[in-house]
Design a protein around this ligand. Structure first.
Ligand SMILES: *Cc1c(COP(=O)(O)O)cnc(C)c1O
Length: 225
């Protein structure tokens, strides 16, 4: 199937899952994860109508940025090292994977120097799997309070990943967990924080994520088969 056919098939499934959950399909955005393909193929994704592209590694992002520039709406979705922050701030519209105050401080420093505001999501490890990155739920309130006090950075929502080998029930519990953390944090009304985005769901579990309230789904493999 072509990339266009694949996007179409995914959007149909999103619409069906949204309908099931009584949600507006327009409230869910597809982030095309282009980490496994080259810039030319990423361009084909854009031409097929999906202009939000997600990269998990800074190096891979920079290679494509050199070719495609600001034409796509770039998202960084993978674990980010503080020493790489300087290469991406100002070039990407959203960083999904902020999981420590230290990392947020680095982003704040760079954004402030550029005179811009960088939008970010806080990533949480809801499943508690040791191999997964993400902050723990226990530190959510203190982390959000500290990050929201930094200049040049705006927390727009939360992100998580379900364990790859999880069954449906376990996956759903992870998404439900992020959703309830999101609701809890929203009630706190931290100054300057408007939590609107829930980034969850990949090729194998995006329909469940949509049913549990995802606003950003990160899809790679299903686009390129
Ligand atoms: C690769 C990746 C995805 C996309 O996964 P697929 O299974 O290819 O859809 C989503 N989120 C993150 C953080 C990733 O690294």
């Amino acid at each position: 199937m072509s990339i266009q056919d694949n996007i179409h098939a995914i959007l149909e499934k999103v619409a069906a899952a949204a309908k099931d959950a009584g949600r507006d399909p327009e409230s869910i955005k597809l982030v095309a994860v282009t980490k496994t393909v080259d810039a030319q193929t990423a361009k084909e994704v854009m031409d097929a109508g999906c202009t939000t592209l997600g990269e998990n590694r800074v190096q891979s992002f920079l290679e494509k940025y050199e070719v495609l520039g600001d034409a796509p709406d770039w998202h960084i979705i993978g674990h980010l090292q503080t020493n790489k922050v300087k290469y991406i701030v100002g070039k990407v519209s959203l960083i999904h994977s902020v999981d420590s105050l230290h990392l947020a401080e680095e982003i704040s420093k760079k954004a402030t120097a550029l005179g811009i505001t960088q939008d970010i999501l806080l990533q949480f490890n809801i499943s508690g799997e040791e191999s997964k990155s993400g902050a723990s739920e226990d530190e959510a309130e203190s982390l959000l309070a500290a990050v929201s006090a930094l200049s040049g950075i705006r927390v727009c929502g939360l992100m998580t990943m379900a364990p790859l080998d999880a069954d449906e029930e376990e996956t759903r519990a992870v998404f439900k967990g992020l959703r309830s953390l999101f609701e809890k944090l929203k009630e706190k009304n931290y100054p300057g924080v408007a939590l609107t985005e829930l980034s969850m769901g990949m090729s194998n579990d995006f329909e469940l994520a949509v049913k549990e309230g995802a606003t950003l789904i990160r899809i790679g493999r299903s686009l390129f088969r």
